[in-house]
Ligand binder design. Structure first.
Ligand SMILES: Nc1ncnc2c1ncn2[C@@H]1O[C@H](COP(=O)(O)OP(=O)(O)OP(=O)(O)O)[C@@H](O)[C@H]1O
Ligand SMILES: [Mg+2]
Length: 242
């Protein structure tokens, strides 16, 4: 377990979110509060439809909550992500956040390598040969270097998933949100991905929130939450051998 700083870098405070109107109205989050700390890998589990993707979207600045706050550390201050202007929020996300979508959301026209290069270029991290080197470095860690010239249509589901993971991690983000990042992977590649996520947290101080249904991920994480029917509860991690 790494040393964890005392102050959270991202706080969800009394978050609620409903979808639909009238009789179709349905609460996805009911008063959820969560603190994410630097250097921590956090697992979020719960049944299908319990609100996991909704919580990730709200915490990452993609989906506005009905009430509550998302407070993010930015340059020493805690800022409410949802009182920023859309432009400020977009800049903040570009600078600080990596998101691995449940459906991957790759760009159909770009090769595996270009998906990573473009993130480095857009965020102003690296360009040209340096962006290519960093992209290839990450693809190598994911076992994808031989696939670097392939577009999504020619990649398997698990390969697409790993490209999406590389795209989220290549810029070394402060916050990483991963929605079922190992769902399409065999266990060997799943372990490789969890090791990369754990390194990003423990070695580089990222705050990482991972959604999964897979109990085999538990030994990799520092904190474990269960979400059910829009309610969040921290659960103890049972040490190995117990
Ligand atoms: N855009 C939407 N419009 C209407 N209802 C939605 C929308 N997105 C999610 N919901 C509903 O909100 C609830 C929570 O959805 P969410 O996608 O957060 O669940 P989840 O825990 O991620 O599920 P899964 O494990 O299946 O991915 C579900 O009942 C879902 O049907
Ligand atoms: Mg989901």
């Amino acid at each position: 377990m790494p040393a964890v700083a005392t102050n959270p870098t991202l706080k969800g405070v009394h978050l609620t979110r409903t979808y639909g109107d009238g009789a179709k109205r349905r609460a996805a989050l009911r008063d959820v509060s969560i603190d994410l700390f630097p250097g921590q890998l956090v697992l979020l589990m719960g049944p299908s439809g319990s609100g996991k993707s909704t919580l990730l979207a709200v915490m990452s600045g993609l989906l506005e909550p009905d009430s509550g706050q998302v407070l993010a550390e930015d340059g020493g201050d805690l800022r409410d992500v949802w009182t920023m202007t859309p432009k400020e929020r977009e800049d903040f996300r570009l600078r600080t956040t990596g998101f691995i979508f449940q459906g991957y959301n790759l760009f159909p026209a770009l090769t595996a390598r270009q998906q990573l290069e473009i993130v480095l270029k857009w965020g102003g991290y690296a360009g040209g040969a340096e962006a290519r080197r960093q992209a290839d470095d990450m693809l190598e860690k994911l076992g994808l270097l031989p696939n670097r010239h392939k577009k999504p249509a020619h990649l398997s589901g698990g390969e697409k998933q790993r490209v999406a993971i590389g795209r989220a991690l290549v810029k070394d983000p402060t916050f990483v949100f991963a929605d079922e990042p190992t769902s399409a992977l065999d266990w060997e590649n799943g372990q490789r991905v969890m090791e990369l996520l754990r390194d990003a947290a423990h070695d580089r101080g990222a705050s990482i929130l991972v959604v999964s249904h897979d109990h085999r991920l538990l030994p990799y994480v520092d904190v474990y939450y269960h979400l059910e029917d829009g309610h969040l509860e921290e659960r103890p991690l049972i040490p190995a051998g117990h």
